[in-house]
Design a protein around this ligand. Structure first.
Ligand SMILES: NC(=O)c1ccc[n+]([C@@H]2O[C@H](COP(=O)([O-])OP(=O)(O)OC[C@H]3O[C@@H](n4cnc5c(N)ncnc54)[C@H](O)[C@@H]3O)[C@@H](O)[C@H]2O)c1
Ligand SMILES: O=C(O)C[C@H](O)C(=O)O
Ligand SMILES: [Mg+2]
Length: 601
């Protein structure tokens, strides 16, 4: 077994980028890779460019003599130079508005990304806690809003409604032979910022940066994609600088035909690639998931990744109350937001409750109260989406009297006294003082408030509000990062980050390494349970429900291994490269981690 791991790992290493320094505990110096390019073509290719770090022998061999300043810098010197520039920028922009600072930081990182990916990812991996909010949520939202103005160089692929019939050949325009991970959006629901058309490409770029930094996917094998079918955003349609198709969004069969053609093209060229759907508006998020999940190795991160992260948080909230996990089945949960994320969370939580109840043979009740922009959803609601109807309140003996159709959030919280209040509404500040004070009367000794909407401006509340109005016993988590709150007497109110970034890189990695035909509910469940059990009881007691962003590589390796094991157990794993399904099946947990560590750049 060790021999086969070593054989495979050396292959994996050979497939990795030219010059990345060793990062995983088991990684060794990568073997040189063969580059066809020479001269300026190398300097202009961020995958291969080393800037001033090309040694003289390589300068000769690659036709670079005279094209670079004479002094050869080491990678470490380049690294230090970049970090110094970044720190100066932080110093020089102190006191400027947050958005100016955030965009300035994004620009300097983006320039490095476009110039020298090896250095970019080293910097990102080493400083993930500081830099994740710049290349990912929340700054990525600001970048998408301003993408047409910020645009300097293309990144990823742009498929549009005008490319109908051409996609099968277009896909071969991508210069890399092999692609492992694709993140695709149609730009229709970018974070809580709505329809941003082609500008939504910033989201796949940010998510794939995390795939490289957290899951160790080779940066040459990731592909960010936007499917531009138009936009219904009037402001963008009227903007002369807007870079997307200036037409209303395609709908119905016309829309589906474009996405179908894209999926067929991807599958034809890279049958093993994992495709992550991201930030599609609700109707297309569900429709595409149902349509493709058994045909392709794909998942929808907003529906399924978010659900797993929220479930881990919900189980953590039960532990924080000092109760056994089985008590999850009797937690009362109010959810504000019945969109793709809200319904994804509810479905997975319901599934988990059913699993737990099945073990003891008990009968369950509807533990959820769901609100959308029109208030509480009941069976009296007209034209109820079937996905939402499963959670609508009825009129039976288990119902709370007087909670009528369309009841307001504060009414619902006052009457239900929920253990958990969870927001996936995309509306900032709706967990206002009145609502939070009502949460003080929660039936839980540790009321949990999850303000999961992104970016920061759309968070349903802040941690300061929660610890002030609900009390020190409260538990807080948000989608975008917030700072911890000092509660006085040396105590800390923890601002957990409940973001799907704790799961999606591990789901993609596990799917890829197992060579799963598709991504099953059990694989997703395994990832969520792994995240839930990652936090110790001591941490939970302090109100810590999620790991620090700085441990994202570690958690991703564990989630990845859990997903591989689940794929093997379900007989969905077909193996990856030289590791066949049989070998995967007989590998120990340690070897899974070893395998996963080898993929780190
Ligand atoms: N933290 C994470 O990991 C994570 C993951 C996915 C989505 N999100 C965030 O969740 C938000 C929603 O995403 P989505 O895909 O479900 O969007 P969506 O547009 O599909 O759904 C939004 C839902 O919120 C409801 N809503 C609007 N105003 C409301 C109000 N005042 N009270 C209660 N409900 C209200 C809408 O009716 C709709 O049901 C976005 O901000 C997104 O960034 C966060
Ligand atoms: O992108 C994020 O930060 C999380 C999530 O996928 C979202 O859509 O908000
Ligand atoms: Mg998303």
């Amino acid at each position: 077994m060790w021999r086969s791991v070593a054989r495979r790992s050396s292959q994996v290493r050979r497939l990795l980028s030219t010059s990345a320094p060793p990062a995983g505990p088991l990684a060794t110096v990568p073997a040189p890779c063969i580059v066809q390019k020479r001269g300026n073509d190398i300097l202009n290719d961020p995958w291969y460019n080393k800037d001033t770090a090309f040694p003289l022998t390589e300068r000769d061999r690659l036709g670079l003599r005279g094209l670079l300043p004479p002094r050869v810098m080491s990678f470490e010197q380049q690294y230090e130079r970049f970090i110094n520039s970044y720190r100066s920028l932080e110093k020089n922009t102190r006191g400027e508005p947050d958005s100016i600072v955030a965009l300035a930081k994004w620009r300097i990182l983006n320039r490095l990304h476009d110039r020298n990916e090896t250095l970019y990812f080293r910097v990102l991996i080493d400083n993930i806690k500081d830099l994740a909010p710049v290349i990912y949520t929340p700054t990525v939202g600001l970048v998408c809003e301003n993408y047409s103005g910020l645009f300097r160089r293309p990144r990823g692929m742009y498929f549009t409604a005008k490319d109908k019939g051409e996609m099968m050949s277009m896909i071969y325009n991508w210069p890399q032979e092999k692609v492992d991970m694709i993140v695709v959006t149609d730009g229709s629901r970018i974070l809580g910022l709505g329809d941003l058309g082609v500008q939504g490409i910033g989201i796949p770029i940010g998510k794939l940066d995390l795939y490289v930094a957290a899951a160790g996917i080779n940066p040459q094998k990731v592909l960010p994609v936007i499917i531009d079918v138009g936009t219904n955003n009037e402001k963008l349609l009227e903007d002369n600088l807007y870079l997307g198709l200036r037409q209303p969004r395609l709908e119905g069969e016309e829309y589906m035909a474009v996405v179908d053609e894209f999926m067929e093209a991807v599958h034809a060229r890279w049958p093993q690639a994992v495709v992550q759907f991201e930030d599609f508006q609700m109707k297309w998020a569900f429709e595409t998931l149902e349509r493709y999940r058994n045909r392709f190795c794909m998942f929808n991160d907003d529906v399924q990744g978010t659900a797993g992260v929220a479930l881990a948080g919900l189980l953590g909230a039960v532990r924080a109350q000092g109760r056994p996990l089985h008590d999850f089945t009797s937690q009362k949960i109010v959810v504000a937001g019945a969109g793709s994320a809200g319904i994804g969370v509810l479905s997975m939580a319901k599934q988990e409750m059913s699993r737990m109840l099945a073990k003891t043979g008990e009968e369950g009740h509807n533990q959820f109260w769901v609100l959308d922009k029109n208030g509480l959803i009941t069976k009296d609601r007209k034209d109820l989406d079937p996905a939402v109807a499963n959670f609508a309140r009825g009129h039976g003996p288990n119902e709370i009297p007087d909670l009528h159709e369309g009841a307001s959030l504060v009414e619902v919280v006052r009457k239900v006294k929920p253990h958990v209040l969870l927001g996936l509404s995309g509306v900032g500040g709706i967990f206002n003082e009145e609502v939070l004070k009502a949460m003080k009367e929660s039936d839980s000794p540790r009321p949990a408030i999850f303000a999961m909407s992104n970016p920061t401006t759309k968070a349903e509340c802040t941690p300061e509000d929660v610890f002030k109005h609900v009390g020190e016993n409260a538990i807080f988590a948000s989608g975008s990062p917030f700072s911890n709150v000092s509660l006085g007497n040396g105590k800390t109110g923890y601002a957990n980050q409940a973001n799907n970034m704790y799961l999606f890189p591990g789901i993609g990695l596990g799917a890829l390494l197992s060579g799963a035909r598709h991504i099953s509910d059990d694989m997703l469940q395994a990832g969520a349970e792994c995240l839930a059990s990652y936090i110790t009881d001591d941490e939970i007691q302090k109100g810590i429900l999620f790991p620090e962003v700085s441990s994202i590589r570690h958690i991703t390796a564990r989630v990845g291994a859990a997903v591989v094991r689940a794929a093997v157990a379900e007989d969905l794993a077909e193996g990856c490269r030289t590791v066949g399904p049989k070998e995967l099946g007989s590998m120990s947990e340690v070897l899974y981690y070893a395998e996963i560590n080898f993929t780190f750049v």
